[in-house]
Design a binder for this molecule. Structure first.
Ligand code: FHN
Length: 447
């Protein structure tokens, strides 16, 4: 963990990851007896088919160009932070451009911060005037424009919603990330959850058309609190049965949750130190990461991943039966920096050739390895050779007879042998800058 913000969060994350598993038992039940509706199950399948999404961290914090934790990291006072919306006027924001960029990258859905830990609503909320329409010179609702454009361009829109709130006095008792920022030492937790949070979730699930789901974050700030999950989850499933609840709580999924998401890690891996190693076999999986090293716009962060890095992460996620949600932090004027645009276009170009081996697939049937991964769809198995230099690749057996093998890139036949102990592929030599050599196996179901 190199980066300050990562360390700021990491320090908290590891601390409560240890406490959480013991204490959360008491509020683990959430929406007990939850039976996902047919629409929800269909939405889960469509989610898994989409495989690749754009994560967007954007808010008044973007003005300071120091990421989304600047309020906390600079230990600012409420009245100091309250000035920030005065400077937020994204005259260059264009929903059509943002959605078109996601589409050009081969991304099928967008997850945007409707509000982050600073509690500032990036939408027109009647629940509180701590929002973009009431407090900024911009006075418009970018989520409304984005929702309309997503519906127009056939992209699903998900809303990130922070349960943690560093601004609202009723977020009380305070949590692990608290500092004295001038809030009174009292507040009404139930009012915060039942009126404020559920009130805003009702707005997001009522005023923006069909929503892909809600991506929660921040519960880790108060691991032993009663978050009224049963009530909130039931509210969401009542307002939009197909909306997926995706909680970034880094813990074992609870009843009422529809997707398990992992932050900066593939499912089951815990290199970050705060992700659970438990991987649901029932729920769709997702892995989120940043295109540079930051979630929110950070003017000093040039640690960009290459397009090839992103492609390999997408392939490894798919091989682990998971989606990849890749983050960008737009600039305060509403523009997306060129370094992000260039890389996303390159990934889109790659997916225009290799998309068949990603979209609509599921992970397997062969377990991921250092050499690479496999994805499968209908009678096809896609062998993704990511890290293998020898001419022959020996793999474990699969069910069914392989009737043919060919390179996805140019259709050239690939030599192979198959017996009860497994198969051996004569892997095509890597072409210049070939991120992923994909061998397509056609499998006839065993009689
Ligand atoms: O604290 C947040 C962070 O700012 C960012 O939103 C990430 C995205 O997954 N989640 C939290 C850290 O786990």
């Amino acid at each position: 963990m190199s980066n300050l913000r990562r360390s700021a969060f990491g320090k908290f994350a590891c601390a409560f990851a240890l406490t959480a598993c013991s204490l959360w038992g008491s509020h683990a039940f959430a929406q007990t007896g939850y039976q996902p509706s047919p629409e929800n199950l269909q939405a889960r399948r469509e989610f898994q088919d989409m495989k690749f999404g754009m994560f967007i961290h954007w808010g008044v914090y973007s003005v300071l160009g120091d990421g989304e934790w600047v309020f906390h990291n600079r230990k600012l006072m409420i009245e100091e932070y309250n000035r920030l919306p005065l400077f937020f006027d994204p005259e260059k924001f264009d929903a059509r451009t943002w959605v078109a960029l996601a589409k050009s990258a081969g991304m099928k859905y967008i997850t945007i911060t409707s509000r982050h830990h600073d509690g500032f609503a990036m939408f027109d909320s009647k629940v509180s005037d701590w929002n973009i329409v009431a407090r900024t010179p911009y006075k418009k609702d970018p989520l409304k424009m984005l929702a309309d454009e997503c519906h127009r361009q056939g992209i699903k829109l998900f809303f990130y919603y922070s349960q943690l709130d560093w601004h609202n006095p009723d977020y009380y008792p305070r949590g692990q990330t608290n500092w004295n920022n001038g809030r009174p030492d009292h507040g009404d937790w139930n009012a915060y959850l039942d009126n404020y949070m559920d009130g805003q979730l009702t707005e997001l699930l009522t005023n923006y058309g069909p929503v892909g789901g809600i991506w929660f974050d921040g519960m880790w700030d108060k691991p032993d609190a009663d978050w009224h999950l049963a009530k909130t989850y039931a509210l969401i499933h009542r307002l939009q049965p197909a909306a997926l609840i995706i909680p970034n709580h880094h813990q074992t999924p609870r009843p009422g949750e529809d997707v398990q998401t992992f932050e900066r890690d593939l499912p089951g891996q815990n290199t970050e130190g705060f992700n659970t190693k438990y991987v649901s076999s029932q729920l769709p999986l997702e892995s989120s990461d940043t295109l540079n090293d930051s979630w929110g716009f950070n003017i000093g962060d040039s640690k960009y991943k290459s397009a090839a890095d992103v492609e390999r992460r997408l392939v490894r996620a798919a091989g682990n039966n998971s989606n990849l949600l890749m983050n960008i932090g737009p600039m305060p004027n509403g523009e997306i920096q060129q370094e992000f645009v260039t890389r996303l276009h390159a990934v889109g170009e790659w997916l225009s050739k290799y998309g068949d081996s990603i979209y609509g697939t599921r992970g397997g049937p062969i377990a991921p390895g250092d050499w690479g991964v496999t994805t499968q769809k209908a009678d096809k198995i896609y062998v993704h050779v990511l890290n293998w230099n020898a001419p022959l690749l020996a793999l474990p057996p699969v069910t069914g007879n392989i009737t043919s093998a060919h390179s996805l890139l140019d259709g050239a036949a690939v030599e192979f042998t198959q017996n009860v102990d497994g198969m051996v592929l004569k892997v095509p030599p890597a072409k210049i800058e070939e991120t992923d050599r994909v061998v397509v196996l056609t499998v006839a179901k065993a009689k």
